[in-house]
Ligand binder design. Structure first.
Ligand code: 13P
Ligand code: SF4
Length: 303
């Protein structure tokens, strides 16, 4: 394989040739973040996928993110360079299981976190991300809400709404690892740091943190805050964006073990191969894409 610099140049040339845009999630490895046209959280990337008019989208993230882009832009070629990059939490609920729960609560709305398969989105009323979950739930006329699949995000939403939230029992294997002991240890080591955590964390971690944000929300907060040090309770790949966007702030991981192996599967070599061969391509059958698009677009319509 070529040296990173030559690979970078080859990717840029192929990008022109294919009329492609590279989108990368905040958890991607630094080289991939640096070659991307746009780096962001799930909501920002979904909005970008819906609004950009390139013929090809190279999605450096995990499967549900590329699927969302393909659902929103069926006329574009959406490439997922690491075909096996999946989100284990998204696999924790199936449309069949969701259908059974729905039949028990016929008056409830179903909100699907974007970390779900296209089939589950298709069986839902509306999607949400960590950045807009409370707003989405509050926008619904129903007083009862089935929320899939993340139990921690569901419990977090329940703090801000009068509605009854019926949580699915899924969780993120990365964020579930953070413990109260991690918070106590890091506070002791960095007493003047603010602790920012993701809403996928367990309730006791959220209770002991200073702020709760989506991944990009954390970066925006750190850039604007008067604090100079931050402890970051999410996947460690995000630290690269902190060093780019607020290089004067000092950021420490809540735990160095917080690594999403699936987010690390994308390399510059795989981005190059995807653009060169125009594969692996993500396609969602129309009968699934149509109802799934309705749920995603309903979310995107909320400002
Ligand atoms: P964000 O939408 O906050 O970027 O989170 C996505 C994710 O997968 C968190 O684990
Ligand atoms: Fe899924 Fe968790 Fe990885 Fe995010 S960090 S992609 S929720 S496994």
């Amino acid at each position: 394989m070529a040296e990173p610099e030559a690979l970078g140049e080859a990717i840029l040339a192929l990008k022109e040739e294919r009329d492609a845009v590279i989108l990368a999630h905040n958890y991607q490895i630094p080289e991939v973040q640096d070659i991307a046209d746009f780096v962001g959280d799930s909501l920002e990337l979904a909005r970008a996928a819906a609004s950009l008019d390139h013929a090809t989208i190279v999605f450096c993230g995990v499967d549900f993110m590329a699927e969302t882009a393909a659902i929103l832009s069926p006329e574009k070629t959406v490439l997922l360079p690491a075909m096996d990059a999946c989100c284990p939490m998204a696999a924790m609920v199936t449309p069949g299981e969701l259908g059974l729960l729905r039949s028990r609560y016929p008056d409830a709305a179903v909100v699907a976190y974007v970390n779900t398969s296209a089939d589950v989105k298709a069986a839902s009323d509306i999607c949400c991300t960590s950045a807009n979950a409370v707003k989405v739930v509050e926008s619904l006329p129903q007083e009862q809400v089935i929320f899939v699949p993340d139990r921690n995000l569901a419990r977090y939403i329940a703090r801000f709404t009068e509605k009854e939230i019926l949580p699915w029992d899924g969780y993120c294997i990365v964020h579930e690892q953070f413990s109260l002991a991690d918070v106590i240890n890091q506070r002791r080591r960095h007493p003047s740091a603010e602790i920012l955590v993701h809403p996928e964390c367990r309730p006791e971690v959220i209770d002991s943190a200073d702020h709760v944000f989506s991944t990009s929300g954390m970066i925006r907060h750190a850039c604007q805050s008067r604090a100079e040090e931050f402890i970051i309770g999410t996947e460690t790949g995000i630290l690269h964006q902190f060093s780019r966007k607020c290089p004067d702030k000092r950021c420490f991981p809540l735990s160095p073990r917080a690594i999403c192996v699936n987010m690390k599967k994308t390399s510059l070599g795989k981005v190059h191969n995807a653009l060169d061969r125009m594969t692996p391509r993500i396609m969602v059958p129309e009968e699934v894409a149509v109802p799934a698009r309705r749920a995603i677009e309903r979310m995107l319509a909320i400002p």
